[in-house]
Design a protein. Structure first.
Length: 234
């Protein structure tokens, strides 16, 4: 092969190999020195992701296709507010079976933007970092009405039930008290790319269930989509 092009999301590669974005840039420079063309696309915000489709299309000689994809993708992510302006928490990383090491998504992330498009309020929007580790006291103080557990790995019913049940430690939190905890799991959930509309639809379905009383409030567990979105009373 005389020529190759590598396209990566700097943030995603840094997460996968446990390094920094600056190190990813250095690695890309090394690839260029070997004659391998490379393109790093930021992918933290929705605007970043939309621009990446156009940039990749141009680099691959398919600019019109990139622009069409970006336009269709943006249309699917148009604001669709759920009534009630629910106060929500986005939990994006913790070990099931224990309520510790909780990572939340804050303002400046594509996940927060999706939540805002759905008319909800991110209770950790004002955090100092994009993905802060939050303590149980903070969760109690911010009192989310809905908790969305977002996971990149599969969550079969038993695991989803465990993730929901873990929150029993915080019975005074409105989301826990009212059974408004939802698990959205799948390999598309935390990846800022073309499949974000699928996550957007799942998030909206969960918020609609919460606004209607929550799957748990109705008794039992609910499921949304093939990836397995579950809501249950802890």
């Amino acid at each position: 092969m005389d020529h190759a092009t590598v396209v990566v999301s700097g943030n995603k590669v840094a997460q996968e190999i446990g390094t920094t974005r600056s190190e990813v840039w250095r690695l890309m420079q090394q690839l260029r020195g070997l004659g391998v063309d490379s393109l790093i696309v930021p992918a933290e915000t929705l605007a970043d992701v939309g621009r990446s489709f156009v940039a990749i299309g141009r680099r691959c000689g398919a600019a019109p296709a990139g622009e069409r994809l970006a336009a269709a993708w943006r249309a699917e992510l148009a604001p669709r507010p759920v009534p009630g302006a629910l106060r929500a928490m986005l939990s994006v990383g913790r070990q099931p079976g224990r309520l510790s090491g909780i990572l939340a998504a804050a303002r400046g992330t594509f996940l927060d933007e999706l939540l805002v498009h759905l008319g909800a309020v991110n209770v950790f929007a004002d955090a100092a970092t994009l993905y802060p580790q939050v303590g149980l006291e903070e969760v109690v103080a911010r009192a989310p009405q809905v908790i969305l557990e977002l996971r990149s790995d599969p969550a079969p019913p038993a695991l989803a039930a465990t993730l929901v049940r873990d929150w029993r430690q915080l019975p005074t939190v409105p989301a826990v008290r009212d059974g408004r905890i939802f698990v959205i799991a799948g390999d598309y959930v935390l990846v800022p790319g073309p499949r974000l509309p699928r996550l957007y639809r799942d998030m909206r379905q969960a918020l609609l269930a919460a606004a209607a009383g929550g799957a748990g409030a109705a008794g039992g567990a609910g499921a949304v989509g093939a990836a397995g979105t579950a809501g249950a009373r802890p």
